[in-house]
Design a protein around this ligand. Structure first.
Ligand code: CP
Length: 315
């Protein structure tokens, strides 16, 4: 039976709103603790009730399967009371603002609020209005820090390190909070990061992120250790960014031929949900020898447990 050992070193953050502000040591602290939770989560008894008496509120203004469920599982496995706010049946539907919602929830003394919101920056605004720890579960096109952390954990498990790896992030970079948080985290940890996208889905001045920029999949994938595919964020697109889904797959979808340009042992990742046959060939997505997509989901619970534990020491 594995045990989760308490961390003695203080985690110097009150909230987790993004990757900015985290040091390499902070990231290692989260990943090392998450490894212990990952081991515990594979046992019949998954409980490690160090958050008994604490309250976690999941406040998701956008749909989610992986992030919301894993925060809920993380909180419950750690003994916290977990409330999933249903936005569709809340007073948000009567016009209550984000700030009023935040102050209302704050009055009930939660210890953590995990928030997803369609507007970039909304989670930072909310964090200024509450006394509890706030965790960003994804805000607009801006940040999704726990996704980047679980991606880093998955990469480290496969390759034994992050530093020195060549990692390609491919697809709809423009609208992707996952891409932004991963560019920050993976460059912080010493990886060589490439981004590959059609010109219409590339952000302005992409070099500002400290990455190499490619518009051609085959050139961008050459010699890569990790291929991180992204979902086309159709819900954030106003107008046409691609000629057709078929054409997008032809030029930017990951298939066997394009994959052959990466290293023979290159690992395929995708944050999900997947659009099969649009950004990735279905057979590759399901190939357990090449794809880490479900392992990313598994690590999501462990990373969120580690974040909850570390933040709990500061509230
Ligand atoms: N990767 C991710 O954020 O998935 P969900 O939208 O299902 O939470």
């Amino acid at each position: 039976m594995s045990t989760v050992k308490a961390f003695k070193k203080p985690f110097p953050h009150r909230h987790l709103l993004g990757i900015d502000g985290l040091s390499r040591d902070d990231v290692y602290m989260i990943l090392d603790l998450a490894e212990q939770y990952a081991a515990k989560n594979r046992e019949p008894d998954k409980k490690h009730p160090i958050l008994k008496g604490r309250t976690l509120i999941n406040l998701f203004y956008e749909n989610s399967t992986r992030t919301r469920t894993s925060f809920e599982l993380a909180g419950k496995r750690m003994g916290a009371d977990v409330i999933n706010m249903s936005i569709s049946s809340s007073s948000v539907k009567k016009g209550e603002t984000l700030i009023d919602t935040a102050m209302t929830l704050n009055a009930m003394h939660p210890d953590f609020i995990a928030v997803r919101h369609p507007e970039s920056g909304a989670v930072h605004l909310l964090a200024r209005k509450v006394e509890c720890a706030v965790i960003n579960g994804g805000d607009g096109c801006h940040a999704h820090p726990t996704q980047a952390l679980l991606d880093a954990m998955t990469i480290r498990q496969h390759k034994g390190k992050i530093e020195g790896l060549t990692i390609a992030i491919c697809g709809d970079i423009l609208h992707s909070r996952v891409a932004r948080s991963n560019m920050q985290l993976l460059t912080l940890m010493g990886a060589k990061v490439r981004i590959i996208a059609p010109p219409t889905l590339m952000p302005a001045c992409p070099e500002q992120y400290g990455v190499e920029v490619f518009y051609d999949m085959r050139k961008g994938l050459k010699g890569c250790d990790i291929i991180m595919m992204l979902r086309l964020q159709l819900e954030r697109m106003e107008g046409n960014f691609i000629p057709s889904l078929r054409e997008y797959f032809h030029f930017y979808g990951l298939d066997e031929e394009k994959l052959s340009h990466a290293k023979p042992d290159a690992l395929i990742m995708h944050p999900g949900p997947i659009n099969r046959g649009v950004e990735i060939d279905s057979k590759l997505a399901d190939d357990i020898n090449r794809s880490a997509i479900l392992q990313q989901v598994e690590m999501g619970v462990a990373v969120r447990q580690a974040v909850l534990e570390l933040l709990s020491h500061n509230i």
